[in-house]
Design a protein around this ligand. Sequence first.
Ligand code: PLI
Length: 459
Amino acid sequence: MLDNKYPPEPFRIKSVEPVKMIDRAAREEVIKKAGYNTFLIDSEDVYIDLLTDSGTNAMSDRQWAGMMIGDEAYAGSRSFHTLKETVQEYFGFKHMIPTHQGRGAENILSTIAIKPGQFVPGNMYFTTTRYHQEANGGNFIDIVIDEAHDTQIDLPFKGNIDLNKLQNLIDKEGSENIAYICLAVTVNLAGGQPVSMENMRDVRKLCDKHGLKVFYDATRCVENAYFIKEREAGYANKSIKEIVLEMFSYADGATMSGKKDCIVNIGGFLCMNDDELFMQAKELVVVFEGMPSYGGMAGRDMEAMAIGIKESVQEEYIEHRIKQVRYLGDNLLAAGVPIMEPIGGHGVYLDAKRFCSHLTQEQFPAQALAANLYVESGVRAMERGIISAGRNKDTGENHAPKLELVRLTIPRRVYTYAHMDVVAKAVIALHEKKESIKGLRFVYEPKMLRFFNARFEEI
Ligand code: PLI
């Protein structure tokens, strides 16, 4: 291992959850039974679980204490007001509606803000986000900079929107045919790449010129703020809280999956400044989620989320978070393992096209790599390539993304540097015998968001 300098954990451990490793023969059985899909493996059979950073966070003692004072009233819960005021203070939006998780907010926003046939440009697709846009008659258009689709180009803000692509879309289709701009901070499927403040400001200016609204996917906004502080001129001495607030000052609203940067296990919200749109959102939330004062969340979960938001912008917390991910990535790079560069906010993404250069994309190299990593080591990762991308809604053809990745996603405050060493060792060992990885084919392909439940067999 490299002799990396890294910040120590800014917490001590009060409660532990034992993990165990089943043997290789058992893991081979498990992956076959799971149809070579890591989503279908039982958690009990996993040693180190890097499937996702979503809802897998460790809450603090203060958050657990908050759970005890949650107000579970059906209407007008005190915990709702606590969460609303916290969101107003840290995000700066006038209105907030809790939802059961991020996709609940996406469902409501897509329903009220997209007219059938309209375009929804965004900095790369996300699975559930695009699903709701398309289900409401929208057409997602990718306007992220080209470099985001290349794993080997090192740029500080590889999640930026390409302003020329946005201008061309406006010129070609007319602003009246664009529902809103969806700007994700950070960009999950590009490897957790951040967006610069300058880019957010420029997008705002261009949208103001054409009367367009901008909604952020705020899911990993604190991680994005850390990269701005680290890399963008003028922000080194600003607090993370100030940076987050400035980021959202260029948005009309946001959807949030609280399961990531709010450091909780469940919950989300939809924010906006527009009164009229808020009235529409309030009418819909009672249909899909619940009363606007709980919208799919328990009072205790709203309480924990409000505390999590405050903890998420603490400087030592976010520095440790980003640098722990970077520690894993740097160790893989040092051993010559191909990964998405630069290393992003919430995980290290293996470049399956280069890792499994003996397989074609139609043989699902990322899916196969994730399955083999599990057998090799008990480490669970997630495919983020052709399987996640799904099919074109009009032609039925597979989307074939340039990026064919396996995500090693690091849960917040859960694993130690020793765990990162174990993961690095396992990936490096597999890389040394990469030709042994066999391609896969579908035996069951669900119609919607197929990656969750699909089943495969080895070719
Ligand atoms: O899983 P939800 O419904 O709370 O959030 C949906 C969602 C929206 N935007 C982005 C950027 C996400 O990453 C996201 C969920 N991500 C998951 C589950 C993940 O494993 O990355």
